[in-house]
Every structure is written in structure tokens, then in C-alpha cells.
Design a protein around this ligand. Structure first.
Ligand code: GFB
Length: 312
């Protein structure tokens, strides 16, 4: 298990999830954190990743590195989402086991579940049906990663386990309106609107949103369990239609722009609410309601914009 002396590698520390995990580790008194930027270590390169683990020898690894994007980016580039994410997952998990990393937490996404899984989606819905086509590549890569952890745990007794968070948002998000996820994209679109805002799909799909600081808390919680389940969902239970989300974002940004729905764009999975009874039964629950999280996000968006550090 992880303790204050553990050497902890956080893969993907410059991303929204990895940076939230690093912030939380620092806050909770874990001083020995190892990171590498993309430029220093290419996680799709097996030899480089193996050499990194051989020289650093961390005790614990948190795999938050991934190539991510919203429905637009995923559906345009399923091949690279599959290739890059599968390479990152295989290399970071496999070499960790080769070099004696005792504990590993792998992060995925609830898009690993079948498109039409019964709602709320339980962990045992995994591999029970066909995937959503818009993000099939990403989902297949993440399924391979979580299965690799499961197999290594079963065969070698190393406690490698996974969390599947629902749609995330928070500081350091990507506000690129072509490639980003829906929440940051809507913030950007409403903030820059001139009278009209064009949104994708019909607005009737629903999504569940979780603030990334809540996920970071869940990561530390899961790493503190002696015998965690192989796979646990992490969600807020706060499900809204995209139309409702648009109303909330417009209000939070202070925009009166008229919304136009472009139904030539996909809705994606009609509904994606995860069942969190497993992690809640063990003692974790989310703490940041969507309305408050949105206000926090608008503040961090404006700060990132003013400092020029925003990802657009
Ligand atoms: O976050 P998002 O892009 O991806 O949300 P997914 C897509 C939903 O928001 C669809 C609607 O119903 C879209 O029609 N939407 C409306 C918009 N306007 C916009 C807009 O301007 N931009 C975007 N992006 N969406 C992703 C997966 O799925 O979720 C990833 O592709 C990952 O693999 C991630 O799992 C969490 O929720 O559909």
C-alpha cells in the first residue's frame, strides 16, 4: 500500500487528471513524486518507458497519461486514439510489473462500457455488448489496459487496479472547440459568442459530470485500500441533458446567446450514467456539485486565459 515514504510515479502529470492527482498527493503529504514531461519521456516508446522504470524504480504508479478528446476528436481519429492509448497503457503497466512497481492505479473512462448498457452502468456491464462507434478506438485501448492490470494481478499477485471515471472537467481542461469535451467547449463557445452559439447534436443525450478534484480524491482513496476491486466506477450521480448543461453554462458565463442545434453532428452515446454503489459502499463519494464545479471552472478558465496558459 501507499505510505508517506512511497516513491510515486504519476504518468501524465501535465494533463488535467494527472495534475489534479499531483496536487492532491502534495496536499495530503506525499513528498516523493516522480514525473516526466512528454518531451522527456515518450510513453508510446516501449524501450524508453522500460529504461525509465529501470532507473527510477518507483513503488507506486498512477497512470493518468492518455491522448484524450471529445466526440469530434475521437470520431475523426479512432485509429490514433486506439494506437497511442494502447501503447501508453501497455508500456506503462507492463514495464511497471517488470521493474517491481508494487502498486499501480490505471485510469480509464466510462466509455469502455457498451453503448446501450443498462443504466446506471455497473462494472459488470464490461464487454457485455457493442461499443459506441464515435469512441471505439479509445475504449478498446482502455479495456486492454484495465485487462492487463487484472491479468498481472491474478498471475503475479501485484495489486494493479483501475478506476473508470465519468466525464471529467476542471482546471487545465482543453478549451479547443473542435477537439475538446462538451463542457469546456461550451464554456469557450458561450464566452466568445456573438449573438448565436452553434451546438452539436440534438441536445437530448445525457452525460454525468465529475470535477477532476473529486476524481483525484477517489484515486488516493482507492490507493489506500488494501484489497481494492479490479475495477471501480467513479461518478457524481449528476446527470444532465446536453440542453440542460448548455443552460447552466450560459448562466455561469453570463451569456444570452441564442442556441442553434446542428443535428448533422453526432449525439454519441444516448446516456452514460455510472453506478457508483461499489466505491460508495467502500466509503468514497463525490463532494463538488455540478453548479459549484462550474463556477470554479469558469474562474479557472478566466485565470488560464489571462495568464496565457490556456489550452485552446
Ligand atoms: O464530451 P463529449 O464531446 O464526448 O460530449 P462524449 C459529446 C456530447 O455533447 C454529444 C454534445 O451528445 C454532443 O452532441 N455536444 C453539443 C457537443 N455541443 C457540443 C460541442 O460543441 N462540442 C462537443 N464536444 N460536444 C467522450 C469520448 O464522449 O467522452 C471519450 O469520445 C471519453 O472517449 C470522454 O470517453 C469522457 O461524452 O460523447
Amino acid at each position: 500500500m501507499m505510505d508517506a515514504n512511497s516513491k510515486i510515479y504519476v504518468a501524465g502529470h501535465n494533463g488535467m487528471v494527472g495534475s489534479a492527482v499531483v496536487r492532491r498527493l502534495a496536499k495530503d503529504g506525499y513528498p516523493n513524486i516522480v514525473v516526466r514531461s512528454h518531451r522527456e519521456l515518450d510513453l508510446t516508446d516501449p524501450a524508453a518507458v522500460d529504461a525509465f522504470y529501470a532507473s527510477e524504480r518507483p513503488d507506486v504508479a498512477v497512470i493518468a497519461a492518455a491522448r484524450v478528446g471529445g466526440i469530434g476528436a475521437n470520431s475523426r481519429a479512432n485509429s490514433s486514439f486506439l494506437y497511442e492509448n494502447a501503447m501508453i497503457a501497455m508500456n506503462t503497466v507492463w514495464s511497471a510489473a517488470r521493474h517491481g512497481v508494487k502498486r499501480l492505479l490505471f485510469l480509464g473512462s466510462t466509455c469502455i462500457y457498451p453503448r446501450l448498457a443498462p443504466q446506471p452502468i455497473r462494472e459488470d456491464a464490461l464487454l457485455s455488448g457493442s461499443l459506441e462507434k464515435t469512441n471505439e478506438g479509445y475504449a478498446l485501448a482502455k479495456i486492454s489496459g484495465l485487462k492487463l492490470c487484472e491479468f498481472i494481478r491474478r498471475e503475479r499477485g501485484l495489486v494493479y487496479h483501475s478506476l473508470m471515471p465519468t466525464n471529467l472537467y476542471g482546471p487545465g481542461d482543453n478549451y479547443d472547440i473542435e477537439n475538446g469535451h462538451v463542457l469546456p467547449t461550451l464554456v469557450r463557445k458561450f464566452d466568445t459568442a456573438r449573438g448565436k452559439v452553434v451546438l452539436w447534436g440534438t441536445g437530448s443525450a445525457t452525460r454525468e459530470f465529475l470535477h477532476v478534484d473529486d476524481l483525484a480524491g477517489a484515486c488516493l482513496f482507492a490507493l489506500g485500500l488494501e484489497n481494492p476491486p479490479d475495477l471501480m466506477n467513479v461518478g457524481s450521480g449528476e446527470e444532465v441533458t446536453i440542453r440542460q448543461l448548455a443552460g447552466m453554462v450560459a448562466k455561469a458565463v453570463g451569456s444570452n446567446a441564442e442556441i442553434v442545434w446542428d443535428s448533422s453532428k453526432p449525439d454519441g452515446t444516448p446516456r452514460k450514467l455510472c453506478d457508483t454503489s461499489l466505491i460508495r459502499s467502500l466509503g468514497w463519494k463525490s463532494e463538488i456539485p455540478l453548479e459549484k464545479g462550474l463556477e470554479m471552472t469558469i474562474r479557472s478558465y478566466r485565470e488560464e486565459l489571462a495568464s496565457g496558459k490556456i489550452r485552446l
